[in-house]
Write a protein that binds this ligand. Structure first.
Ligand code: HEC
Ligand code: HEC
Length: 133
């Protein structure tokens, strides 16, 4: 009997938890960032220690889960590559996050890797990194 109650309670908690979670579901499989020539596979499950908003920053004060290269957002056009806020920069800018609090892929990976050479290569390198294997 006790066991049944524990199970019932667990079920209720699961439902309650999934309702308060987020406005959208986290993708369960890999997401392909393919707006440019060198696509990158992004996995939410290897980044679950972070808040959604650390990457999916709000737009006009509202939660936002649009693709980064949505028209009017982060341009993936080759001509814009070097401009602040371009698709390339929001991935590669090493110094981002100090003022805005919004990290780029590499600015966070740089912190994560610290002085570990293998991790640096894997998480902040270009060719043969985990991003561009
Ligand atoms: C470390 C960064 C990061 C975190 C944290 C993160 N995401 Fe993502 N998410 C991404 C990236 C990158 C994409 C792919 C965007 C693109 O393709 O332009 C993505 C894609 C998505 C998409 C699909 C959008 C689409 O149209 O394909 C959804 C939905 C989503 N995330 C929800 C969430 C939720 C909910 C959370 C928190 C539980 C979360 N994400 C946490 C980086 C992150
Ligand atoms: C706020 C911090 C943070 C941000 C932002 C972030 N990452 Fe990561 N990333 C991590 C951590 C932590 C790991 C795990 C490192 C380990 O355990 O070796 C990781 C690992 C990875 C890996 C290797 C594991 C796997 O899933 O294959 C890839 C690839 C990766 N990140 C891609 C990205 C991309 C692409 C972005 C930007 C869209 C991004 N990350 C943004 C913290 C971050």
């Amino acid at each position: 009997m006790k066991r049944v109650m524990v199970l019932a309670l667990a079920a209720v908690l699961c439902v309650a938890f999934s309702m308060v979670a987020y406005a959208v579901d986290v993708p369960t499989g890999p997401v392909k960032m393919d707006a440019t020539k060198k696509p990158v596979i992004f996995n939410h499950d290897t980044h679950k220690d972070y808040k959604c908003g650390e990457c999916h920053h709000p737009v006009d004060g509202k939660e936002n889960y649009q693709k980064c290269a949505t028209a009017g957002c982060h341009s993936a056009a080759k001509a814009d590559k070097k401009k602040a806020g371009s698709y390339y920069k929001i991935v590669h800018n090493k110094k981002a996050g100090k003022k805005s609090g919004i990290a780029t892929c590499i600015s966070c990976h740089k912190k994560v890797a610290g002085k570990d050479k293998a991790q640096k290569k894997a998480l902040t390198g270009c060719k043969k990194s985990k991003c561009h294997p």
